[in-house]
Design a protein around this ligand. Structure first.
Ligand SMILES: [Zn+2]
Ligand SMILES: [Zn+2]
Length: 469
């Protein structure tokens, strides 16, 4: 079970950052110096701090203090080494995403480390309270206490939610046809082009939140579910969005999808620990439905008239595992920043999506994360096909056996073939700008929604999973 930071801890951290920002904000080129270990790196093996680190000679990404630590660390590092190398080679691409925006400069400290919170501090939207910072609210374990339980999550106006100057807000109130983005949507696969299409100035930090709906879009595009030609019969698309956390604070931002899927009725059903938890508590305040609709939006006809409805599911607190009842299956399962290789509950979802051909696509922080997905699949394949060989396999097999019993894989051959399928990952041009900072080692670049991987491709005719009228 992942360790959660409490809201109090996050708020204390925000306070320190706001103070540092107040100190430097009048500098001609503000550079913060806040860092856990100023100018120092940390050994990936023994955690010693050092001024001049040695690096893994293969990937050149991981810091070590000594040849001894390199040797000891290799046992665990070797699995990820080549992926880290690839991630390292992609750093220029991450930087190219970030550099499109002038406001990302303040995210870099004097040592070159990145901290997105300085961008939020710069725009005055860093904090944990939804009433104060709207959609930007960051939460720990104490998510969705007072302010979110008072009302079903979506009652903020755009101004209250975005907390930015009006011209920086990707407004959905598009009454004036002149303000509508052109239809059908025409933009290249990069933020600059998207901003142009959307009529947003590049000075707007909206991408720091828009990467959520845009990553859903990129995932569906990867599956071939974005139709080039938006005319013709109206489509219905049901997307299960699994493992949500902070996204629950910014549900109206997903309204963007109505513009991106013209002529489509898109239902987004959100599953997540924080959402399920909140909804259970909210039941006392009048929310009775098992899967209430908490937000809906219809794009103007001039923009293609797409609709989106967002539902919250209470039944499966974190992960939705497809049942054997096919009528209950969505058209697609999407999981953003999934951590698919690091949480055991995902394996149920993976196996069922294989067996029932439910398209399943994820994003993660960097390609090195995808190595764990490969490992998980290899282990599942081993358990399904042969007896354990190594001590490690003997140790792990009971865990995987238990999962396989719970899932009751019917078509073993089909699932085995799916486990062995090649799954190349690719960078998501609509990742969150800025790198996920690591203060003390060069552990891959990484950003929210940085890379996309199709776990289960669309195998049947797309239209077959989509009701046309
Ligand atoms: Zn060391
Ligand atoms: Zn290495």
């Amino acid at each position: 079970m992942a360790e959660f930071i409490t809201t109090e801890q996050i708020e204390a951290h925000c306070k320190v950052i706001r103070q540092e920002w107040d100190r430097i904000k009048h500098d001609p080129s503000p550079r913060f110096s806040l860092t856990k270990h100023p100018g120092q790196s940390q050994c990936n093996q023994c955690r010693a701090l050092m001024d001049k680190p040695k690096v893994c000679s293969a990937c050149k990404m991981i810091y070590y203090c000594s040849p001894q630590c390199i040797k000891t660390g290799w046992k665990t590092h070797k699995v990820h080494c080549s992926a880290f190398k690839r991630d390292g080679e992609q750093i220029p691409k991450y930087k190219a995403v970030t550099k499109q925006f002038p406001w990302t400069d303040v995210g870099y400290n004097i040592y070159g480390h990145f901290n997105e919170n300085f961008i939020l501090a710069r725009f005055g939207v860093l904090g944990t309270t939804r009433r104060k910072v709207g959609y930007w609210a960051a939460h720990g374990r104490g998510v969705l206490d007072e302010d979110l339980l008072d009302a079903p999550w979506c009652n903020l106006t755009e101004t209250e939610g975005w907390r930015l100057p009006n011209e920086f807000i990707p407004t959905l109130a598009l009454q004036n046809p002149d303000s509508c983005p052109t239809f059908p949507p025409t933009f290249d696969t990069n933020w600059t082009s998207y901003y142009q299409w959307r009529g947003l100035p590049i000075a707007s930090p909206a991408a720091m939140l828009l990467h959520w709906p845009l990553s859903v879009y990129a995932c569906l595009k990867e599956l071939g579910l974005v139709s080039e030609n938006a005319v013709g019969a109206r489509r219905k698309l049901t997307v299960f969005y699994v493992g949500a956390r902070e996204e629950v604070c910014l549900i109206p931002v997903f309204g963007e999808l109505a513009l991106l899927f013209p002529n489509t009725d898109l239902d987004l059903v959100i599953f997540g620990e924080t959402t399920g938890h909140a909804l259970r508590r909210a039941k006392g305040r009048g929310i009775k439905a098992h899967r209430p609709c908490v937000f809906d939006y219809t794009a103007p006809t001039a923009c293609g008239g797409g609709t989106i409805r967002v539902f919250i599911d209470t039944g499966n607190p974190t992960y939705y595992c497809p049942s054997r009842e096919r009528s209950e299956h969505p058209d697609v399962i999407v999981a953003l920043n999934a951590g698919l290789g690091s949480c055991i509950s995902w394996q149920h979802v993976i196996l069922r999506s294989f067996e029932f051909d439910i398209p399943f696509v994820i994003t993660d922080y960097c390609e090195a994360c995808l190595v764990d997905v490969r490992q998980t699949m290899d282990l599942l394949h081993q358990v399904l096909t042969r007896a354990p060989k190594s001590a490690e396999e003997i140790r792990l097999q009971p865990v995987f056996k238990k999962i396989l019993e719970e899932v009751q894989v019917g078509d073993v051959e089909k699932v085995c073939a799916a486990l062995k399928r090649e799954r190349p990952g690719k960078l998501n041009a609509f990742m969150q700008p800025g790198q996920k900072g690591d203060d003390c080692s060069k552990l891959g670049p990484g950003s929210r929604n940085a890379c996309i991987q199709v776990i289960t491709p669309v195998t049947k005719d797309v239209e077959a999973g989509v009701n046309t009228q």
